[in-house]
Ligand binder design. Sequence first.
Ligand SMILES: *Cc1c(COP(=O)(O)O)cnc(C)c1O
Length: 368
Amino acid sequence: MREPGPDAGAARLTIDLDALAHNHAVLRTEAAGAEVAPVLKSDAYGLGADKVGRRLWAESARSFFVARLSEGEALRAALGPDRTATIYILDGFTDGAGPRLAAAGLTPVLCSLPQIAAATAFAAARGQPLPAAVNVDTGMSRQGLTLEEARAVTQAIDRLRGLDIGLVMSHLGSAAEPENPRNAGQLARFLEARALFPEARASLAASAGIFLTADYRFDLVRPGISLFGGGPREVPDPRLKAVATLAAPILDVRHLRPGDILGYGDSLKIPEPTRVAVVAAGYTDGVIRAARGAAYAWLAGARRRLMIVNMDMLVIEIGDTPAAPGDFVELLGPNALLDDLAAAGGTVAHEILVRLSRRAERTYLGGA
Ligand SMILES: *Cc1c(COP(=O)(O)O)cnc(C)c1O
C-alpha cells in the first residue's frame, strides 16, 4: 500500500516570520522601553511556538509566556541550551510541577495561596531559591491572588520564603476599549499590588494594554495577538502585518439561477443569476461556519462574499470576475483580514488563529 500523498487541491497555510518580526518591532516601539515578552501559549496561537519562539529570540525577545507546563518544556527544548530565555508558566505551580519546572528552568506565575504554599515547600525541600512571578487579580476575577491575599503573604515573614519573586503581574479585562472605566480601576489596584513587591518588576499590559496610555506599560508587556497581526482594538490595525495566510484552490465555478437553493437547509434561496466559486477549504481548515454571510474572501483584487461554509468546501460569490478551477482564493491574510473574519464569526482573532487547520499544508516564510 502506498502512503497517502499530498493533495494537489489542499488549502495552504503560510506563516510569514518576517511579518512577525515587523509586528514585534512595532510593539517594541509602542512599548517605549518596556520589555516585550511574547505570549506563545497554545502553540503560539496555533502558528508554531518552536519557529515563532526562535525567530522572536533572534529579534531579541528574552522572556516568553506560555499557559501550560508542557508548553514551557516544549518551548525550552525548541530554544535549546544556548537561548537562555526566561519562560513563564501562566498556570503557575500546578500539582507536582516542581521537578519539571526546575528541570526545564521554567518560572511559574503563582496565582493562588495553595500554589504559593506548594512552591515554598518545594524550594525548602530543594534547598535552593525558586524563581517565580506572582499574579494578582485586579478585577478580571479569573486568576490571581486577591489584593488582600497578596498583602497577607507579603506581611508574613515566612510565606514567601525560598521564592525569588522577580515579577508581579496582572491582566486587563477591557483594554480593547480605552474609554472603559474598568481599565483605570484595574490600574489603581495594580499600583497597590506592585507596591507590595518593591523588588520585583511589574507587568500589566497584553496587546491591547500596550496601546492604552504609558501608565499601563510598566517594566514588561505581554503581547500575543498583535504579534500575529490582530489589532489591539479588535479591528484591523494598518501598522500590523498579517502573519498567517490561508489560501485554497477553486474546485469549480458554477452559475446559480433564481430559485436555486444553495447548500444545506433551504434558507439560502438565490434571488437572481449568481456566479459562484466552490473552494477547497471549510471549517476543518479554520474558516468558521458562523462567519458565513458576513465574511469575505479575496480573489482577483476584490472582496468576495462568503455564502456558505461546509466541512471541506465553501462557496463565494464572484460576479463576472475571471476565475477557473485551480486558482487560489485568500481566505485569511493581508487582504482577507483576521479581525474582519473574527467579527463576522462573532468571535475574537485569537480563536480564529488557534483553529487554523492542521490539515492545511504549512509553509514558513522568513528565517526562524
Ligand atoms: C493570553 C494572555 C496574554 C496575551 O493576550 P493578547 O490579547 O493575545 O495580547 C497576556 N497575558 C495573559 C495573562 C494572557 O493570558
